[in-house]
Design a protein around this ligand. Structure first.
Ligand code: PLP
Ligand code: COI
Length: 365
């Protein structure tokens, strides 16, 4: 069957064995994060000769990979993360998918992968979510997490950009990213390991960045922390970001600061928060922010709140920064009023409870 969402055409191969209504309802009632997947996935293949071809929504299932497939050896791979939200009237929306499409193109460029046109990116998401619309959870802060990714699928061991590339989108109903829900998270300071370096791939959303974050993340967990914060790789003093989230520092003078660096992932949530915080009357700064400024600022009371932000984590208050012989605690009274005001303003737009003043929402169905 061939079908289309607006201008984007694709083939539809319906799943012969979709999950039963009862089982789906059970999953949607308690989705967790990234553990359950919908009935379908989207795929498309690229070669230099054909360009992007064979856009298809097909049954969700394993990918067959030759053991020599390039991605397994040289990690030529990128991904994105965004969510589909059910609004009270039953309509389904994504938040700034054009920004994810643009970042996916920047990541592709850095990893020498072919850029996917924006209408394919948005069209593929619309196609999958339309097909699996019954999987979009409703109620609370649930959503359908969407994971577009692209990888080198040529079976070849030479080190050069792949001449066969696969693009795929999968979807997973999601609740809170952190098991503790809205509880503040504690952060471990990694002084030994960097996530990325100047001129490297830190600003691209590629799997390798996450692979390099796993050992420090494991060390953080051993110290009872939920996430790790990375510093710059040269001077080891400038705050970069967490393993999978950006950071904001709330100051007692109404300023909120987020680190500037060319080796962090430019978060779409972080960017939106910059605008929202401005709308709420806060002064927003993007500048280099030192680890001493964090620790001393908390001690002096100049830094009153710290929060992490990202698609998966939304806006999550940081309780404490910890290192081997000390900690800087920001969740003193558990209030986090600025963090909570920004969080509410953001999710109100995403869930359709507040006016979309900046034209960020894209209707799928
Ligand atoms: N930084 C890293 C390393 C991430 O993985 C993410 C999540 O995507 C973010 C920041 C936040 O980006 P966004 O707000 O676009 O989800
Ligand atoms: C996202 O927020 O989409 C991410 O990619 C972060 C990841 C840790 C789940």
């Amino acid at each position: 069957m061939t079908t289309s969402t607006d201008a984007f055409s694709y083939a539809l191969e319906p799943s012969p064995a979709p999950v039963s209504d009862e089982r789906r309802a059970e999953i949607l009632a308690n989705p967790g994060f990234g553990v359950h997947f919908t009935d379908h996935m989207f795929t498309s293949e690229w070669t230099p000769e054909t360009g992007w071809a064979d856009p298809t929504v097909k049954p969700y299932g394993p990918l067959m990979l030759d053991p020599a497939t390039a991605v397994l050896h040289y990690a030529q791979e990128i991904f994105e993360g965004l969510k589909a939200y059910a609004h009270a009237d039953g309509s389904i929306w994504t938040f700034r998918p054009d920004a994810n499409a643009a970042r996916f193109q920047r990541s592709a460029h850095r990893l020498a992968l072919p850029e996917l046109p924006e209408d394919w990116f948005i069209g593929s998401i619309d196609a999958l979510v339309t097909t699996d619309r019954s999987w979009v959870p409703t109620g609370g802060e649930t959503s359908l997490y969407l994971r577009p990714f692209m990888y080198a699928s040529e079976a070849f061991l030479g080190v050069r950009p792949s001449k066969h590339v696969t693009y795929c989108v999968i979807a997973s109903p999601a609740g809170a990213y952190f098991a503790g829900g809205m509880k503040p998270v504690n952060i471990w300071l990694s002084r030994e390991y960097a996530r990325a370096g100047s001129g490297g791939t830190g600003a691209a959303k590629c799997g390798g960045n996450y692979a390099s974050s796993l050992l420090p993340q494991q060390i953080a967990a051993e110290h009872g922390c939920d996430q790790v914060v990375f510093l710059d790789s040269e001077e080891h003093q400038w705050i970069e970001e967490l393993g999978g989230m950006n950071l904001y520092f709330v100051h007692d003078d109404g300023t909120i600061v987020t680190p500037a660096s060319d080796s962090i992932l430019e978060g779409i949530t972080r960017d939106a928060i910059g605008t929202i915080a401005g709308d709420l009357g806060y002064k927003v700064e993007q500048r280099r922010f030192g680890i001493d400024e964090w620790i001393d600022g908390v001690a002096s009371g100049h830094v009153t709140e710290v929060f992490a932000c990202g698609t998966a984590a939304v806006v999550t208050q940081v309780g404490a920064l910890r290192w081997p012989d000390g900690e800087a605690v920001t969740d003193v009274d558990g209030a986090g009023s600025v963090t909570m005001a920004i969080r509410e303003a953001l999710i109100d737009v995403q869930y359709g409870r507040a006016e979309d003043k900046h034209g960020w929402m894209h209707r799928i169905a």
